[in-house]
Design a protein around this ligand. Structure first.
Ligand code: DX5
Ligand code: ZN
Length: 220
């Protein structure tokens, strides 16, 4: 199965974004992971919808939008996304999450469902009819630079087993949070397909983006 690299844009140089995106294009990055926070679902605020829509105009790299907001259904129409982009919402963020996923699919966008570390894997079972990707959070969401949860490998394995048992082996599993080359290698073995690369693997002080991406690809 093909593996994908998704660059965590909040970890890039926010004052030189266009330059940063060109570097990510040269490094052959597969997705731009854009974290949207509301200061309520998670205790932080980062990037917003105007940013997304501007990025969309200057690059062909598909976006992988991670909505860490309450009631994400309110904001689906605020983003000019297209069929190759993924819009990912949290299981915990909405009472009728399947209605939100239906709304995303009706727009012709790929739908992702994210689960916090404490949320059981089984919650993916019924919504799996509507999703293209499952995002297994490997840290509690909200901040870069955190340490991976101890049961990340087990949770990714359980998720892969659940999806396979449902005949949904084509749903991609994304992992987000402290995805270093070492953690990425372990999670890849358990069935992860998309790797969110932030401060642990891509945006490093002593290594350029292209070399860091290449180094990460080699461990998968
Ligand atoms: C939260 C973010 C972070 C972060 C990933 O959803 O996506 O997890 O940017 O990068 P690390 O954890 O390596 O700093
Ligand atoms: Zn994220």
């Amino acid at each position: 199965m093909k593996k994908y690299l998704s660059a965590s844009v909040m970890c890039a140089d926010l004052l030189n974004m266009e330059k940063g995106i060109r570097e990510l294009e040269r490094a052959g990055i597969d997705y731009l992971h854009i974290d949207i926070m509301d200061g309520a679902f998670v205790p932080n605020i980062t990037l917003g919808f105007d940013f997304i829509n501007q990025v969309k105009r200057i690059t062909d790299i598909p976006l992988d939008v991670h909505m860490m907001v309450n009631e994400p259904s309110k904001f689906i129409d605020s983003m000019a996304l297209s069929e190759n982009d993924i819009l990912c919402v949290h299981y915990e963020s909405e009472l009728h999450i399947m209605r939100t996923l239906e709304k995303i699919k009706a727009k012709g966008i790929k739908a992702g469902l994210a689960v916090n570390p404490a949320t059981p894997t089984e919650c993916l079972k019924y919504p799996s009819e509507l999703i293209d990707m499952a995002l297994v959070m490997t840290v509690n969401p909200g901040f870069s630079g955190q340490r991976i949860i101890p049961f990340a490998e087990r949770k990714v394995r359980e998720t892969r087993e659940l999806l396979d048992s449902l005949g949904k082996g084509d749903i991609l599993i994304e992992v987000d949070g402290n995805i270093s080359p070492e953690n990425g290698m372990k999670l890849s073995k358990q069935g992860a397909d998309i790797f969110v690369l932030g401060t642990s693997a891509l945006f490093l002080k002593d290594c350029d983006i292209k070399d860091a991406a290449e180094k990460f690809r080699q461990v998968l």
